[in-house]
Ligand binder design. Structure first.
Ligand SMILES: [Zn+2]
Length: 285
């Protein structure tokens, strides 16, 4: 009994896992319903995988003909799902034009010195310009933080763009802004991608990107913002200014840092992360 129980449990678990993997995959044309309750609160990573990183496209949508669709703005002027099959023929051949005339829901102009480019908010393309060439389309632009735009969404856009350019294949691609209640600024976006011709071999992801800016607190109802109240504690750290890692002063790995790249720092770890530093995986400061 003592020995068989774990085995039975393991089998049941394996069955459940294989079953759920099948049922979760591609059961609906609708984008996944993501509630904030079901997501971990933002903590350092600009995005998290959802649904085991499996996009939820309907196999009927597996097409090698490019398309792009954008939702009508809702009664509050908010964007909805943007859905596309990205192919090389959809990609822009001209540099992006001006989009400053579009005022997405919750738009505010706010500047913070520590934000890359100073402006807190960007007009954030749901389907990136490099993918579909959509310029000042109000159905494709949300109020998004610089952090969402660059740290959250851009890596996935680049991945899809590179893949399509290299292979000439197509990527089903869907971006769904997630609003809480009647708030005007999205809490984040769900991004899904799936390469059609090679059945997800090249591109396959489902992630939620947080619409946050470290160091800033955002009122999502209105878009107003303020410097985050500091509950940050100061500590001593050793920085590697080259690898952009920070260590506890006692970490043995600090001995290997070249003097030219070594720096002592006194301050908060949050501030280091804002500056692009990452904690050492060994000493976990
Ligand atoms: Zn370390």
């Amino acid at each position: 009994m003592k020995r068989s129980f774990p085995v039975v449990l393991a089998c049941v678990l394996a069955l459940c896992l294989s079953f759920s993997a099948c049922t979760f995959q591609f059961t609906t044309t609708r984008p996944p319903t993501v509630t904030l309750d079901s997501l971990p609160a933002y903590a350092e990573s600009p995005y998290v995988a959802i649904n085991d990183n499996i996009p939820q496209f309907d196999p009927d949508d597996y097409t090698t003909a490019s398309f792009e669709t954008y939702s009508r703005l809702d009664a509050l002027g908010r964007c909805g799902v943007a859905y596309a099959c990205i192919g090389a023929d959809l990609m822009p051949t001209e540099p992006r034009g001006s989009i400053g005339q579009v005022k997405p829901s919750g738009w505010q102009t706010a500047k913070y010195d520590f934000v890359d480019g100073r402006y807190l908010y960007n007009r954030c393309h749901l389907i990136g310009y490099q993918l579909s060439g959509e310029n000042a389309n109000e159905r494709n632009l949300i109020t998004g933080t610089r952090y969402l735009n660059v740290q959250g969404m851009l890596p996935f856009e680049n991945m899809v763009a590179d893949y399509v350019k290299e292979t000439g294949h197509h990527v089903l691609y869907r971006v769904t802004p997630v609003f809480e209640g009647a708030e005007l600024v999205a809490r984040g976006v769900v991004m899904e991608g799936y390469s059609v011709e090679d059945e997800g071999e090249g591109v396959c992801f489902a992630v939620f990107c947080y619409n946050v800016q470290p160091g800033v607190s955002i009122d999502y109802a209105t878009g107003k913002s303020a410097l985050a109240e500091s509950d940050e504690e100061s500590h001593a750290y050793i920085l590697n200014t080259n690898s952009k890692k920070f260590h506890d002063p006692s970490c043995p790995l600090t001995k290997d840092i070249k003097n030219a790249n070594k720096q002592t720092y006194n301050g908060s770890r949050e501030n280091l992360i804002r500056q692009g530093y990452a904690p050492c995986k060994s000493c976990r400061p």
